[in-house]
Design a binder for this molecule. Structure first.
Ligand SMILES: C[S@@+](CC[C@H](N)C(=O)[O-])C[C@H]1O[C@@H](n2cnc3c(N)ncnc32)[C@H](O)[C@@H]1O
Length: 274
């Protein structure tokens, strides 16, 4: 294991694997849509359900310029662009994910509305004040310099622009059980507590609009998910198509870590002062 975040995520042949599975489930001729891909391309706890709730909180409008920090293979970006009619820019560290996102944008007819850039959340390849809204889902766990990431998000938002975050934090009872979806070992996992997250966001200059721990509701869903997986195995469409069958162990460990108070989950909505 290299200790590089992008090596944890990278996997060859992501798009061919996804297309084969999607066609098997939906038929060879069905047009491929963001909704059809949603069971597999929202790579965070509770998948598209969590994206739907995040969008309700962030409330992007038609025509808005929206940034997805750590966009993965672009599932949330496509889903939001298609639903809302906004322009989404996705930035991700993992080149294999960016390449897959570009192909899937084209296949779903969203290449004009979803732009993908390979880059680091700590040095976004984007100008100041360029976005109305931004969001980041399950990314900051891979980043040691939390304030550096939040400062970059603040820089690229316009005045009054809003950022939604959801991510896994440190729980009170020690390290997570590795491997977890974001890291095979402690070398690329950087968890801080919900309180520290709140403090970091304020320290860089964000105004806190909403901040809450969602651990209990996420845990209930993860336990159901684990039980389903233990009885019927991996579903035909799921994030294992992105990262391989190791997804199974990741999900089991994710649920156990939450259950045992080794992790916690938060969501937040913060604003750049007007
Ligand atoms: C668990 S995945 C979540 C992907 C996406 N947000 C989603 O919900 O579908 C974490 C993502 O964060 C990206 N990532 C990790 N560290 C990053 C960094 N410093 N800059 C940009 N992206 C990063 C990884 O490449 C990976 O795609």
């Amino acid at each position: 294991m290299s200790g590089r975040v992008e090596d944890h995520y990278a996997n060859p042949d992501i798009v061919p694997r996804i297309l084969a599975a999607v066609r098997q489930v939906n038929g060879a001729d069905a047009p491929i849509t963001p909704d059809m891909l949603a069971p597999l391309d929202h790579f965070h706890g509770r998948g598209v359900l969590a994206t739907r709730e995040m969008v309700a909180m962030l409330s992007p409008q038609k025509g808005d310029r929206v940034l997805d920090i750590g966009c993965g293979i672009g599932g949330p970006a496509r889903w939001i662009a298609a639903r809302i009619g906004c322009h989404v820019t996705g930035v991700d560290l993992t080149q294999a994910f960016c390449d897959a996102a570009v192909v899937l944008n084209a296949i779903t007819g969203l290449a004009e509305r979803v732009r993908i850039m390979q880059g680091n959340a700590l040095a976004l390849p984007l100008p100041d004040d360029a976005f109305d809204r931004a969001y980041t889902q399950n990314v900051v766990m891979n980043i040691a310099d939390k304030r550096g990431m939040y400062r970059e998000a603040l820089r690229v938002l316009r005045r009054g622009g809003i950022l939604a975050l959801s991510n896994v934090c440190a729980g009170p009872n020690g390290d997570p059980y590795f491997p977890v979806p974001w890291a095979a070992t402690a070398a690329t996992s950087f968890l801080t507590t919900p309180d520290a997250t709140h403090d970091d966001l304020r320290a860089v200059g964000f105004e806190i609009m909403q901040f809450r721990e969602t651990t209990q509701s996420v845990l209930a869903d993860q336990i159901k998910d684990r039980q389903r997986m233990e009885t019927t195995g991996l579903p035909p469409l799921g994030v294992h198509l992105i990262i391989g069958d190791r997804a199974r162990q990741y999900r089991i460990n994710s649920a156990r870590s939450l259950e045992d108070g080794r992790t916690a989950v938060i969501e937040a909505l913060v604003r750049k002062p007007a």
